[in-house]
Design a protein around this ligand. Structure first.
Ligand SMILES: [Zn+2]
Length: 278
C-alpha cells in the first residue's frame, strides 16, 4: 500500500464550535488548503456508538453498540481490518474503547495500554488511555499535544498507512462548562493552536488528513439524541481528492468506505454507504 491517511477525531465538537472557534482550520479553508463539510452522526449520538460506526460504516442498529456501557469486540469488517487486508500498516492513539471494539475485549490496562503487533489483522501499533474515573469534576484527558506527537512518532517509526487519533478533551470541557463559556472558547482555541503545526508536517510526510468529531453537543453539553447541535459536526479534509458540493450533508457511515477508498483498500460488502471523496 502506497497511500497514507490520518483521521483526527476531536470528541464532542459541534458544527458551530468548529466553524466559530478553530481559526487555523478555517484559515486553511479560506486558503484552499482544506475543504469543509457538515457531517451528521449516527443515532444514538453517543461516543462509543459513534466510534463503532465511524470505523465499520454501519449504524448502531446494525453493529449493536448502544452506548458507552456496551462496548465489546465488534464482529464486522472495519477500517483497520480492511487496511491490513490490503497490506497497510495501522496505528491508533485513542481511548481504550477503540482497542476493545477492533482488537481485544476486555481491555487489560497493562497488556493493552500500548502494543506493537506487526502481524495483527487489525491494529498494529496502539497507544491507548482509559480515562478511568473521568467526570465533570475530574477531567482525565491526556494533553492533546502529547497525543498528536505520539501519532507522529508512530508514523515516523512504523510507516503507518492509516492512523486514527481520538481525544476527549473538548467533550469533557463541554460537559463541564457547557458552550456559552469563556472556558469553552479558550479550550477550542487551544486545541486549534496545538493541532495546527502538525497538519503541514503530516501533509509533508505524504498523509491525507481528515479532522472531525464523533458527534456534537448542545448548549447544556448533552448529546445522545436527535438534534442538530447533538449530531452535527464539521469534517475538514486536506488532500488531493475531489469531494461533493460544499452544502452536502455527509452521513457518518460514509466515513469508513471513504477512508478505505482513499487508501486503496477493499470496501467490504457490509459498508453500504457511498464514499464522498473520489
Ligand atoms: Zn464522544
Amino acid at each position: 500500500m502506497d497511500n497514507k491517511l490520518l483521521l483526527i477525531i476531536l470528541d464532542g465538537v459541534p458544527w458551530r464550535n468548529f466553524r466559530r472557534l478553530f481559526g487555523n482550520l478555517e484559515g486553511w479553508v479560506d486558503s484552499g488548503d482544506a475543504r469543509v463539510w457538515k457531517i451528521r452522526s449516527v443515532l444514538p449520538s453517543i461516543s462509543a456508538s459513534c466510534y463503532a460506526s465511524i470505523h465499520t460504516g454501519v449504524a448502531p442498529a446494525k453493529h449493536g453498540c448502544t452506548g458507552n456501557g456496551n462496548v465489546f469486540r465488534l464482529d464486522l469488517p472495519d477500517v483497520f481490518s480492511q487496511t491490513r487486508k490490503a497490506g497497510g500498516v495501522t496505528g491508533a492513539v485513542t481511548h481504550s474503547f477503540w482497542s476493545e471494539f477492533f482488537n481485544r475485549h476486555p481491555f487489560d490496562c497493562v497488556r493493552d495500554i500500548e502494543y506493537d503487533e506487526p502481524g495483527s489483522d487489525t491494529i498494529n501499533h496502539g497507544r491507548f488511555h482509559t480515562m478511568t474515573a473521568a467526570g465533570k469534576d475530574n477531567q482525565m484527558t491526556p494533553c492533546d499535544v502529547d497525543l498528536f506527537a505520539t501519532l507522529s512518532n508512530l508514523c515516523h517509526r512504523f510507516g503507518l498507512n492509516y492512523g486514527v487519533l481520538h481525544t476527549c478533551t473538548l467533550d469533557s470541557m463541554g460537559h463541564r462548562f457547557f458552550h456559552e463559556s469563556n472556558e469553552m472558547d479558550h479550550a477550542c482555541h487551544v486545541m486549534d493552536e496545538m493541532l495546527a503545526p502538525f497538519i503541514p508536517k503530516w501533509r509533508g510526510a505524504g498523509y491525507e488528513v481528515i479532522v472531525t468529531a464523533d458527534h456534537g453537543q448542545d448548549g447544556r453539553g448533552h448529546h445522545g439524541g436527535r438534534a442538530d447541535l447533538q449530531q452535527d459536526s464539521a469534517l475538514y479534509y486536506f488532500g488531493p481528492a475531489k469531494g461533493p458540493a460544499k452544502d452536502i450533508l455527509i452521513d457518518q457511515v460514509q466515513l469508513a468506505p471513504t477512508i478505505l477508498s482513499r487508501l486503496g483498500a477493499p470496501v467490504p460488502e457490509s459498508m453500504k454507504a457511498a464514499a464522498f471523496l473520489y
